[in-house]
Design a protein around this ligand. Sequence first.
Ligand code: CAA
Length: 282
Amino acid sequence: MEKISVIGSGTMGNGIAHTFAQFGFQVNLIDVNPNALDQALQTITKNLDRQVSKGTLTDDQKTATLKNILTFTSISEGVKEADLVVEAATENIDLKLKIFKEIDQSAPNEAILASNTSSISITQIASVTQRGDKVIGMHFMNPVPVMKLVEVIRGYQTSDETTQLIMSLSESLQKVPVEVNDYPGFVANRILMPMINEAIYTLFEGIAGVYEIDTVMKLGMAHPMGPLQLADFIGLDVCLAILKVLHDGFGNPKYAPCPLLVNMVAAGRKGIKTGEGFYKYT
Ligand code: CAA
């Protein structure tokens, strides 16, 4: 595989484009919004500068990485020569189904189509394409250039060959791929989101404050971020959407989102991206 098309230039999309480009792949970064593409290139440059200043990347490697990225505003143009398409658009099922129909029509027949979805069913996404055996989940973690895990999700029809290709490709990015099956939340979010939800309940019920809850988990369990800080980092709207997928998918009340989370999202307090969540960001 040489040519990778990444759809969506937000936090995950630009991190995925950055990582593939850093490891020598030709990347077409696609977003309908040209301003978002400019913003993504600025973010990638800033993150590459950070790597250069830490001494983990040379100036020449930074230049080569940026040269490997082209930008497009049209999906059909951006995917027409792709070996692999990684979709990292907004976490909205109707949008993803529409995008996958379009990619399926425009990408070469042998191209693999991956989604970076954090909780939407890969099997359902695959069902709108004519190549269910070549559709797979490739779930990167934020920040993509730093986090080692790729959760590789096999849909109902995903072939062994597609899975093997994506496992080895992830290793060529110096990531550690882990194969899981396609059920609500996969593994990462099935375990992470109930922890975050429980932390929000702990706050909601007045057991402890934000600082106390996060400090217990950071210093007591050696987590790099406390669960409330992590929720702000992921986005409270994203956490709520994933909890709803778990709740609907398993029909088990243990996944019901905490009313405080529901209220905060309704009030527009979505975490870092809106400047305020459990913490304030200036
Ligand atoms: N691009 C490139 N490098 C980056 C970066 C980025 N966007 N962000 C941080 N880094 C690098 C830094 O340069 C630094 O590198 P060195 O180790 O070489 O010095 C390293 O990452 C650590 O960064 P900092 O020193 O600035 O800050 P930190 O020590 O506080 O670490 C963190 C930041 C890596 C984000 C850390 O706090 C962390 O691991 N947090 C938890 C992240 C996590 O759980 N992510 C998963 C979220 S869930 C998800 O993504 C999936 C989902 O479906 C919801």
